[in-house]
Design a protein around this ligand. Structure first.
Ligand code: HEM
Length: 489
């Protein structure tokens, strides 16, 4: 790729000199989010490295990222044809496949409309404002029970292990109309694989960049294929059951609504974009995968931060006591009255930067950015701009939720909050943003109202993130005790 002619008037991308075959792998090492940030200080906000045989463009700084993703959004909206991506959802993923713009856009629209119908629109009972609220309120209460019963039996718990089941149940409810018990081995073994999934898909998997590695025995890659097979089999089984019991007059969940769309479209001869039934119903696979990993990672970080900052935990509980009270479950409508909780969530997003890079993008045609030439198919990585990794700025080791509040501390500072762009931006931005924000908020409100989290003596927290698509904290053991409940203030 390296010898493309540069059109007149454009510059060749700067960057470190690559070694044969391995390129700059040694300089990127195990923590690309740190090493690439350091390189951007040397080479600027647009530079090129070579991972293995493949050139990779790294974008940083909000101005440059904005220019690429908003102003030149069309040019940078593709996904690269990475080897590992071919195994995700059988190569038919909405988020990871190289679908052409027309097909990808049609699928994205369908996914958004399915989410609207089964998450944000109606609830099954008038008691709840929307289906998402109903699922989270119920799962939140189960989670409190589950954690207290594990405390009774074992004296401590692994937060991620239990949170991931609750979060998976919310998305399972919307996608498949069902939930699983906290001891269900099938679901447990599946959702607990997400660490390993993310480690391969996190930017920098060697087999994606050094083609020869694909043909050598490779344990990680083998395991990755295995995880994807199991994930696909799990979803496929549920989809088949839906096909068998499908009734067009009773659309139960997102899977039904996607099947319904295929049926409808068969009647519509004029549909101008051809998308196979498999690619339509397969959308549910993406929604399920994207819907549990990100949110459970965010929530698990939040709980660990509460333990690390007990003073902030107390203030958050205080805010809930004052604004919601201790005799009813918090709701989505309470959110605007809980500015400190909202600020805390933004601060967790900013400080943990648990999404070190978005899913990689690629250029869909030759283009230029900041005067540099980018050829078609260029793989682009960028940080979702919340961007400084912990330690990059002075005082960054301490969280400071108050930075997101107005000077008198009574309101959220929206302008400051908008700088935290963990959901990406432009054409490929996350379609689950509203769900993600509301779900993290509501689970956290319920947990903070009912429980007090503490360190397990002798088990100090290790908050070093482990690099991956979503970076997770190390698995740990925590304690929790029930707060007083049902008292009038
Ligand atoms: C894509 C973040 C929750 C569905 C993305 C991207 C980011 C992101 C950074 C990539 C943007 C890019 O490539 O430029 C998050 C965070 C979440 C979250 C931080 C929660 C805290 C969800 C949920 C769903 C979802 C709940 C669905 C139910 C998707 C899909 C894409 C995506 C389908 C791919 C879009 C495309 O390729 O066009 N998300 N997400 N996400 N997200 Fe999320």
């Amino acid at each position: 790729y390296m010898h493309t002619e540069i059109p007149e008037g454009l510059k060749r991308l700067p960057g470190p000199k690559p070694l044969p075959i391995i390129g700059n792998v040694l300089e990127v090492h195990n923590n690309p989010h740190l090493s690439l940030t350091a390189m951007s200080e040397r080479y600027g906000s647009v530079f090129q490295i070579q991972i293995g045989m493949r050139p990779v463009v790294v974008l940083s700084g909000s101005e440059t990222v904005r220019k690429a993703l908003i102003k030149q959004g069309e040019d940078f909206a593709g996904r690269p044809d990475l080897y590992s991506f071919k195994f995700i959802n059988d190569g038919k993923s909405l988020a990871f496949s190289t679908d052409k713009a027309g097909v990808w856009r049609a699928r994205r629209k369908l996914a958004m409309s399915a989410l609207r119908s089964f998450a944000t629109l109606e609830g099954s009972t008038p008691e709840y404002s929307c289906a998402l609220e109903e699922h989270v309120c119920k799962e939140g209460e189960y989670l409190v029970k589950q954690l207290t019963s594990v405390m009774d039996v074992s004296g401590s718990f692994d937060p991620f292990r239990h949170i991931v089941v609750s979060v998976a149940n919310v998305i399972c409810g919307m996608c498949f109309g069902r939930r699983y018990s906290h001891d269900d081995q099938e679901l447990l073994s599946l959702v607990n694989l997400s660490d390993e999934f993310g480690q391969v898909v996190g930017s920098g998997n060697p087999a994606d960049f050094i083609p020869i590695l694909r043909y050598l025995p490779n344990r990680t890659m083998k395991r990755f294929m295995d995880i994807n097979d199991r994930f696909n089999a799990f979803v496929q089984k549920i989809v088949s059951e839906h096909y068998e019991s499908y009734d067009k007059d009773n659309i139960r969940d997102i899977t039904d609504s996607l099947i319904d769309h295929c049926e409808d479209r068969k009647l519509d001869e004029n549909a101008n974009i051809q998308v196979s039934d498999e690619k339509i119903v397969g959308i549910v696979n993406d929604l399920f995968g994207a819907g549990f990993d990100t949110i459970s990672t965010a929530l698990s970080w939040a709980v660990v931060y509460l333990v690390a900052y007990p003073e902030i935990q107390e203030r958050l509980h205080q805010e809930l006591t004052e604004k919601v009270g201790l005799n009813r479950t918090p709701r989505l409508s309470d959110k605007t009255n809980l500015p400190l909780l909202e600020a805390f969530i933004l601060e967790i997003f900013r400080h943990s930067s648990f999404l070190p890079f978005t899913i990689p993008h690629c250029t869909i045609k030759d283009t230029s950015l900041n005067g540099y030439f980018h050829s078609q198919g260029h793989l682009c990585l960028h940080q979702p701009v919340a961007g400084q990794p912990p330690g990059a700025v002075e005082g960054a080791f301490f969280i400071q939720p108050y930075r997101f509040l107005s000077a008198d501390g009574t309101e959220l500072n929206k302008l400051e909050g908008e700088k935290v762009l963990v959901f990406g931006m432009g054409k490929r931005r996350c379609i689950g943003e509203a769900i993600g924000r509301n779900e993290v908020y509501l689970f956290l409100a319920i947990l903070l109202q009912r429980l007090c989290f503490q360190e397990k003596p002798g088990h100090p927290l290790d908050m070093t993130p482990e690099y991956g698509l979503t970076m997770k904290h190390k698995r740990c053991q925590l304690k929790a005790s029930l707060r007083p409940w049902g008292q009038e203030e």
